[in-house]
Design a protein around this ligand. Structure first.
Ligand code: HEM
Length: 401
């Protein structure tokens, strides 16, 4: 860790331009040193690349821990301040994701095991406005749905950091470094923490209702059309502002589960609510876990095998552009006095177009979905996930051009 400059204000470094160059040179060396370690997986040293056309943490196989931090931009921050903040975050995120401490890290040892750390940065309308760029119409609160019981303490925000890793310590440390660096520019608005099962191994990722969750997803070959903003999505949904090219959109819904009344339901009724088996996540109409449920299938009495109001039936339409990438995390927080549980999902989706992909499906589910009896959306926020950045660039650079 000897490369870490001591007692140098990071603002001075960044203003002089030295940090960018030094950071990049060290970055390449640091990353390759980590990569050469034959036991890197076991030691928690594995890394996800930071630089590229897209940010990491969207199509990255979900890590087991996540913290979502939403911030309000302070009123006195102008375009120059915003640019400084985005440069600072870019530099520190690159360092942390490669297993190196932040530039002014006071706990540098905590950076050495990133364990697939990713930090993904998103912005809200105020940030785009302050930067002087075009604010797209969808970048604001979602329309109100009848099922919503939204609380302001879980909703909105001008900026978001999604911090994920297979090691909770790595998440905590990255959040601490990045929040501390940003404190003169932003104030924390809300924090949501989540966890989920590993993506590898025999156990399937489950939510706290016991269901295998996150099975149906757009194929990787569809990401350029359905997830990333670019030529592919433009053909389907029309143009987005140029600064979002290579980015995506993010919806964060905090959905409370009533596990105590869910407990009262027998197993067949639970499976009927979703339309998939609890044991292994297979559709009730058979086939493998990756097969689509057969929505036409009928039983010997002529009744639909997948209930007309089952979650999986309501969550899909024949218009297959209405799909999105779900990257949900469970939460299990201390209950309020007198309650037994305070659990649910930090339900996160990424899609090229909020209006054309997410909203129609959420509206269908709000109208009718057996699951609604046990779930309640209590938080909601929408962000534009900035495009990735190449060598020498910083996140959000295109906002200022
Ligand atoms: C606490 C709330 C929720 C729970 C427990 C839940 C659970 C599930 C489960 C178990 C599945 C089947 C397995 C899978 O494909 O992942 C599923 C599928 C799905 N859910 Fe949810 N879900 C919730 C909320 C939502 C919301 C709010 C949306 C959309 C706005 C949504 C959209 C979908 C979609 C699109 C599918 C895939 C349907 C398909 O194509 O087969 N879910 N969900």
């Amino acid at each position: 860790m000897s490369e870490r400059p001591r007692r140098l204000s990071r603002r001075t470094l960044l203003a002089s331009g030295a940090a960018g160059a030094a950071g990049l040179a060290v970055g390449a060396a640091g990353a390759s040193a980590v990569g050469k370690d034959p036991d890197s997986q076991d030691l928690g040293r594995s890394t996800v690349p930071f630089r590229g056309a897209h940010q990491a943490g969207v199509t990255t196989a979900p890590q087991t821990h996540a913290t979502f931090v939403a911030f309000d931009l302070r009123d006195d921050v102008d375009a120059d301040g915003l640019r400084r903040l985005l440069r600072i975050w870019t530099d520190d995120i690159e360092r942390l994701m490669s297993g190196r401490p932040g530039l002014t890290d006071t706990e540098p040892e905590l950076a050495s095991r990133p364990d697939r750390l990713t930090v993904t940065v998103g912005v809200g309308a105020k940030v785009v406005e302050v930067a002087g760029a075009e604010v797209p119409g969808w970048l604001g609160p979602l329309p109100e749905f009848v099922i919503d019981r939204l609380e302001s303490r879980w909703s909105g925000g001008d900026l978001i950091l999604q911090v994920c890793s297979d090691d909770e310590l790595s998440v905590s440390h990255a959040v601490r470094v990045l929040t501390k660096e940003a404190r003169t520019f932003v104030a924390v608005r809300w924090v949501q923490r989540g966890f989920r099962g590993p993506v590898k191994g025999p156990d399937l990722p489950r939510n706290l209702m016991g269901q295998v969750d996150g099975t149906a997803a757009p194929a990787a070959s569809e990401h350029d059309r359905l997830v990333w903003v670019g030529d592919g999505s433009r053909q389907l949904f029309g143009a987005q502002p140029a600064w979002l090219e290579g980015g995506t959109t993010m919806v964060v819904r905090r959905i409370a589960m009533d596990l105590d009344t869910w407990d009262e339901l027998d197993r067949p009724s639970r499976e009927r609510t979703i339309g998939r088996r609890l044991k292994d996540g297979r559709p009730l109409t058979g086939g493998s876990i990756t097969d689509d449920p057969d929505l036409e299938a009928r039983d010997s009495n002529g009744l639909e095998v997948i209930d007309p109001f089952a979650h999986v039936r309501r969550a899909r339409t024949e218009d297959r552009t209405q799909q999105f990438l779900r990257r949900p995390y469970n939460y299990d927080d201390p209950p309020a006095s007198g309650d037994l549980t305070n659990a649910g999902l930090v339900f996160v989706t990424f899609q090229a177009d909020v209006d054309r992909q997410f909203i129609p499906i959420q509206a269908r589910l709000a109208e009718l979905d057996l699951l609604n009896q046990w779930t309640t959306p209590i938080g909601s926020a929408v962000f534009a996930i900035l495009p990735g950045t190449g060598a020498g660039g910083f996140l959000g650079e295109a906002l200022f051009s």
